[in-house]
Design a protein around this ligand. Structure first.
Ligand code: ZN
Length: 55
């Protein structure tokens, strides 16, 4: 699966589940798997919202 950020190759496990978090080995970006209407997986960028981090 292509990384939307860097176009690198992200390995998706065959038994991957919807909602699973995958990380691009090239740029380190994390994405959440979601099922598309045709049953294949898509990648959703994880939005890190700056709340409750308690920095
Ligand atoms: Zn990437």
């Amino acid at each position: 699966m292509k990384c939307p950020e860097c176009d690198g190759d992200i390995p998706i496990p065959k038994d991957a589940l919807e909602g699973e978090i995958v990380t691009c080995p090239d740029c380190g970006a994390s994405f959440e798997l979601h099922k598309k209407e045709d049953g294949s997986f898509g990648l959703r960028t994880i939005q890190v919202v700056g709340e409750d981090w308690g920095e």
